[in-house]
Design a protein around this ligand. Structure first.
Ligand code: FE2
Ligand code: FE2
Length: 250
């Protein structure tokens, strides 16, 4: 598999951020979300599994085992986060049918990604029976948090939680992919990561646009988004990625 050479670039300041139709307060909401993402990235950089990827002493075998176990986490929460999202988005104000369609379309695109993760898990040597094991406590908590938010948090808050999902992957894939290539790892068995490096930049731009638009039209929604980001961050990604690493190193 070849990494696309025309990967879209963004992240910190997509051109549309400066459009006049967005309010200053909405731009502040996006800045606050980006600051939180930076803080999550700092947390991730303390993870044994993450450090090992960039450490010359980390073996390729350990790196692949860590990625394999992270793929298993995706398998364990992805169906729930997809199904809960559909419920959450169904609660949007019914005047917001265009927003609903855009976000449901995006989530439908994501629906298959648990299958990509299962495919890579097996390709990386995971045991097929592990795919049907009950969720671990930490992946169970991701699913539980998403369902609880879907039932109880304001629908516009969805954008904050989704921003953590999309922007974190996009940001982490930036340094990750060149390192995996430099290690000469088999990218054809890492399709989930390779595809997300491009896809989640596009998805981040989509969600960032909606954050700005919604926070402009509903000034009260900024706090809802930040709260849902913080709720989701409590269970993702640190607990599940540490647990994945523990399965590799004990
Ligand atoms: Fe995805
Ligand atoms: Fe995505």
């Amino acid at each position: 598999m070849i990494i696309s050479e025309d990967r879209p670039t963004v992240l910190s300041a997509p051109a549309f951020v400066d459009r006049e139709r967005y309010s200053d307060d909405a731009r502040s909401v996006l800045e606050a979300l980006d600051a939180r993402i930076a803080s999550v990235i700092a947390d991730v950089q303390t993870l044994r599994g993450w450090r090992l990827i960039f450490d010359a002493n980390g073996t390729n075998e350990q790196v692949l085992a860590f990625i394999r176990e992270v793929m298993l986490t995706v398998v364990q929460y992805q169906s729930d986060t997809t199904e809960a999202s559909m419920h959450w988005l169904g609660r949007l104000p019914k005047t917001e049918h265009r927003l609903m369609r855009s976000l449901v379309n995006h989530k439908a695109e994501e629906a298959e990604h648990g299958l990509w993760a299962a495919r890579d898990f097996i390709a990386l040597g995971g045991a097929p029976e592990a795919l049907v094991r009950p969720a671990t406590p930490s992946t169970y908590a991701v699913a539980a948090m998403w369902w609880r938010m879907a039932h109880c948090e304001p629908p516009l808050g969805y954008l904050g939680a989704e921003y953590l999902f999309e922007n974190l992957t996009a940001r982490l894939c930036e340094p990750l992919l060149p390192t995996l290539e430099a290690r000469r790892l088999p990218l054809d068995r890492l399709g989930f990561l390779v595809e997300h490096a491009t896809e989640d930049i596009k998805h981040t731009n989509l969600i960032a646009h909606h954050v700005l638009d919604v926070a402009t039209r509903y000034p009260e929604s900024g706090d809802m988004m930040l709260r849902c980001f913080d709720l989701f961050r409590h269970v993702y990604p640190m607990p599940i990625w540490s647990e994945a690493m523990d399965r590799v190193l004990g």
